[in-house]
Design a protein around this ligand. Structure first.
Ligand code: BG6
Length: 365
């Protein structure tokens, strides 16, 4: 691990990195036109308007960022969008459509499955851009344009602060596409303002690190964990489960909250801990009902939520995260899931600098 031993920075989003992610030359957040300036895409407004859909590709955490990005593109640009694991895409002789914008997401820029997806899209004449951290990496060189996320070297072996910046970058892309279409100036400004607040909000989460540490002790004692989140928060749940597996070696699975009743509820007992993502939005009541279903089966619950959500006196462990705009909430809700995995790993005595199965770049199949 590098020189910065601060546990908080070691483990997750870094406000300094997030600030840099919004910078570019002359600055990516464009107040005048309520949009994001993304010159590196190398695509003119006319070319960008000609795309009818967007497809994100990545592996692991970068795939989950792609899922966040797809939802953002649908929300802000009202274009159909989806995300797929690059590791699957490469093996299924994918149809490459000329009116689809392909966006590959990779911290290292060296993940072989993602690089192969780039080659396949390029070979079949598609347009592919990258959301990449490592400047000059294989993927950065092979895409037709893109957004460097400027997170600085990702010191944690598992992508952490880079994930935050990748999520901010896909939000800027969605904003940019939205403002080329029907997103209003007012909505553009609403998203811009929220993006600018994110670094300070990350700082606030880091300041609550002690309480997250306490919750992580429960997680470290669990033999199994479920992470549940609905719609925009499903990728948050996936990232939470992924990090717990990768760093703490606690068995964890993520489910869309609505899928719980279609099978996984059968496994709930007092040995299984559920981490529920319950934002303050139009689905809060439904999410609380799901938490009650888990509790009714004797399951213990950690709720990652917003300060004004009333958990109706439920006996749960609670982590509050500052509220953003609904479209951007996942970016902040992810951070405590990474901190939980980090502290659970430390509690269990694992060397977080040498995770069992992770190399800095995955250049093998
Ligand atoms: C996987 C790692 O192999 O690669 C994940 O286990 C990581 O943690 C993923 O998110 C993608 O890496 P990158 O560098 O392409 O973002």
């Amino acid at each position: 691990m590098g020189a910065d031993r601060s546990p908080a920075l070691h483990a997750q989003g870094d406000p300094r990195a997030a600030r840099k992610g919004c910078r570019g030359d002359p600055g990516r957040l464009d107040d005048r036109f309520a949009t994001a300036r993304l010159n590196g895409l190398n695509l003119s407004p006319r070319e960008l308007r000609a795309f009818r859909r967007v497809k994100f590709l990545g592996c692991g955490s970068a795939f989950y960022v792609g899922q966040i990005g797809a939802q953002l593109v649908e929300d802000l640009a009202r274009m159909p969008a989806d995300a797929e694991a690059a590791s699957e895409f490469r093996y299924r002789n994918p149809l490459i459509e000329p009116d689809t914008l392909y966006v590959v997401v990779s911290q290292s820029g060296e993940t072989a499955d993602t690089a192969f997806a780039v080659a396949e899209i390029t070979r079949k004449g598609g347009t592919v851009v990258g959301v990449v951290n490592a400047v000059g990496s294989t993927i950065a060189r092979e895409v037709q344009g893109g957004i460097y996320i400027h997170a600085g070297p990702e010191i944690a072996v598992a992508s952490t602060k880079a994930l935050t910046n990748m999520a901010m970058a896909v939000a800027m892309l969605a904003l940019h596409l939205g403002r080329l279409r029907d997103l209003s100036v007012a909505d553009g400004q609403r998203i811009l303002k929220a993006l600018k607040r994110i670094p300070d909000q990350i700082q606030q989460i880091l300041e609550a690190d002690e309480s997250i540490k306490l919750v992580a002790k429960s997680l470290a004692q669990a033999s199994n964990a479920f992470y549940i989140g609905r719609v925009r928060q499903y990728p948050v749940a996936r990232e939470g489960a992924q990090k717990l597996k990768e760093i703490s070696y606690v068995h964890a699975e993520a489910y869309p909250t609505s899928e719980l009743k279609h099978g996984p509820l059968a496994l709930i007992d007092d040995q299984l801990l559920t981490v529920a993502i319950v934002p303050d939005d139009d689905l809060t009541e439904r999410n609380i009902a799901a938490v009650q279903q888990v509790q009714a089966r004797g399951g213990r619950v950690v709720v990652i939520t917003h300060p004004n959500v009333d958990l109706q006196g439920m006996d749960v462990e609670r982590i509050d995260v500052p509220k953003s705009e609904p479209e951007l909430d996942p970016i902040l809700l992810i951070i405590p899931t990474q901190l939980l995995a980090y502290h659970a790993a430390l509690t269990l005595g694992h060397d977080i600098d040498k995770p069992r199965n992770l190399a800095k770049s995955v250049t093998v199949e």
